[in-house]
Design a protein around this ligand. Structure first.
Ligand SMILES: [Zn+2]
Ligand SMILES: [Zn+2]
Length: 343
């Protein structure tokens, strides 16, 4: 089959690789009809660690089941499904609590061995899905595959970040970062009862998209003033960091009001010095969030089915699999927001 593969540090290629086959009775094989390229894909291609050349990339996919192990109970041949971005057994202590990320059986599609044993990804014509009853979710008839592909990671991340913020109706929410997760966080906050949502982003086209989609937007240097203007000088009730690293956390502390909540849904790899004096004196709440499409799949699907959220607004281009290497470059150069792949 044809697949998008890692081709050496910073490079992506197309390759013919062997078709995946069932290995466990709980596996399914999915014919991929939609896939998407994510910032995480760009990051691991640029920082490959132990990623072997030729490894199939991608963790965002939706399509049709074409083969099933004998142990799969909840799906049939031909079902339209979307994949979670990582696997979980569905039966251990963590999974029973809904904390799939902690499952000992976790494998993250298409990322090498960063988050568990390597598992070839979904930017390919076929993908093998372990624990199919847990990892795959039916796509409702009234949800398009174009939308469904965003439920497995990007919207799941945005959704959990908003849930962790514990919004009260009308709360003012600042979202740091206008990438795909930041844009969908803005939509999820609006859908979940936020008042004014202010998206903070340096790239003008990304600020423009946020304003079309119902938020206010500010460049980083203007953010504090716009937040103060909308909160009588108090600061945002909740700040959601969708970029990660020290920049996101530092800006979040600058924008949040006393007794406010900060949720970080960005990736962190380095230490950061917590302004503990202020966090204590102002009784701030700081939480972190990793999307879990297995736990929140029904909630997210409900928001999409109702029309409350249209996740396809982040797809700035639609391409075929052959154009994926070029699409990686365009995303890395910030010429596009997110690439949707139709197979
Ligand atoms: Zn992703
Ligand atoms: Zn488990």
């Amino acid at each position: 089959m044809k697949a998008v593969v890692f081709a050496g540090a910073g490079r992506v290629g197309l390759a013919d690789v062997p078709d995946p086959v069932l290995r466990e009775p709980t596996d399914a094989i999915v014919r991929v009809q939609r896939a998407a390229i994510c910032g995480t894909d760009l990051h691991i291609v640029g920082h490959p660690g132990q990623l072997p050349e030729g490894f199939v990339l991608g963790h965002e996919f939706a399509g049709q089941i074409v083969d099933l192990g004998d142990g799969v109970r909840g799906h049939r041949h031909g079902d339209r499904v979307l994949g979670a971005d990582f696997t979980a057994c569905g039966t251990c202590w963590w999974c029973r609590r809904g904390d799939h990320w902690e499952c000992a059986e976790r494998q993250f599609f298409g990322t090498g061995s960063v988050f568990g044993p390597p598992l070839p990804g979904g930017q390919a014509e076929l993908v093998r899905v372990p624990f199919a009853d847990t990892v795959l979710r039916p796509v409702p008839a009234d949800v398009s595959l174009d939308a469904a592909v965003f439920l497995g990671d990007t919207l799941a991340t945005a959704h959990v970040a908003v849930q962790r913020a514990g919004l009260r109706p009308g709360d003012t929410v600042a979202v740091i970062g206008g990438g795909p997760v930041g844009q969908l966080t803005s939509l999820a906050a609006q859908a979940c009862g936020a008042g004014v949502v202010i998206l903070v982003e340096p790239v003008e086209s990304r600020r423009h998209l946020a304003t079309i989609e119902g938020a206010l937007a500010a460049a980083p240097d203007d953010a504090r003033a716009l937040v103060e203007q909308n909160t009588d000088g108090r600061g945002a009730d909740a700040v959601i960091d969708a970029i990660g690293g020290q920049t996101g956390l530092t800006m979040a502390f600058d924008l949040v009001r006393r007794r406010g909540t900060i949720v970080s849904a960005g990736v962190h790899t380095e230490a950061w010095s917590l302004p503990a004096g202020r966090a204590f004196a102002d009784e701030l709440c700081l939480r972190f969030a990793i999307g879990d499409p297995m736990r929140h799949g029904d909630e997210i699907a409900g928001l999409v089915r109702s029309g409350a959220i249209d996740p396809t607004v982040v797809a700035s281009e639609t391409i075929g699999l052959d154009d994926a290497p070029g699409a990686y470059r365009r995303m890395a150069e910030r010429r596009t927001l997110k690439s949707l792949i139709r197979l």
